[in-house]
Design a protein around this ligand. Structure first.
Ligand code: FAD
Length: 204
């Protein structure tokens, strides 16, 4: 069992990074192998396009999905994409750790999805990657009532379905930490402990 963790938060003292550290120590204690991509510290390029593929034929119209399939066949992805894809190939499960921004992924993580989960590698005919497990660990601005909580559930289910449901991965229950900025230190410590329990139940 190997887990690949992708973290998308710009601040190392953030609650997102604290959750990430809980995951790392939980897996270490259970002898589960991990690899990590911290997208901000690695300055991961978030914009998908021409520069993702080396030597794409000049006389061909550039269509991203087509260029990705071409790069897959010709071993022509740029290094950062190759590195990320290799981490996925050697893992059984992916954990995405991120704050909910505009009801979605931070742009740097959306870019990771666009560039790394490429056509012909993660999905489509003959896709090399195969189907893995995926789990989201998300922080939010906070829900004030049951109705808002249900709205979050619905939006987060959509984020799963639109990407990982589409490519046929096994979707694990998300860990959602609501309103962490409004909580007391003690309440946040409880959330971190609950995350450890969630991981032990869902992953270990
Ligand atoms: P932080 O501010 O980093 O941390 C919260 C608190 O936890 C801080 O006081 C920190 O010191 C403390 N902390 C850190 N480590 C620990 C630890 N080990 N133990 C205890 N406490 C600790 N929210 C929504 O709900 N929907 C949206 O659509 C949405 N859109 C947004 C768009 C943008 C561009 C932005 C910037 C925010 C948006 N938000 C939205 C809010 C956002 O989701 C939250 O601000 C974010 O999830 C909070 O997580 P954080 O890691 O950034 O918190």
């Amino acid at each position: 069992m190997k887990v690949h963790l992708v973290v998308a938060h710009p601040e190392k003292t953030s609650f997102n990074l604290a959750l990430h550290q809980v995951a790392i120590s939980t897996f270490k204690n259970r002898d589960i192998n991990t690899s990590v991509s911290n997208l901000y510290t690695e300055e991961f390029v978030a914009i998908a396009g021409h520069t993702d593929v080396l030597d794409f034929p000049e006389d061909e119209n550039f269509n991203l999905a087509k260029a990705q399939r071409w790069a897959q066949k010709n071993n022509s992805f740029v290094e950062d994409i190759k590195t990320e894809q290799q981490k996925l190939l050697s893992s059984d499960m992916l954990i995405l750790q991120f704050p909910l921004w505009w009801w979605s992924y931070p742009a740097i993580l959306k870019g990771w999805l666009d560039r790394v989960l490429s056509s012909g590698f993660a999905y489509g005919d003959g896709a090399e990657l195969g189907r893995k497990k995926v789990m989201y660990s998300i922080t939010t601005g906070g829900a004030n009532n049951q109705e808002e909580l249900e709205y979050y559930q619905q939006k987060i289910a959509g984020l799963y379905q639109d990407v990982f449901g589409f490519i046929g991965w096994q979707v694990m229950p998300a860990f959602i930490a609501h309103g962490v900025q409004q909580k007391s230190q003690q309440e946040r410590t409880i959330i971190l402990n609950n995350y450890e329990k969630h991981l032990q139940k869902q992953v270990c």
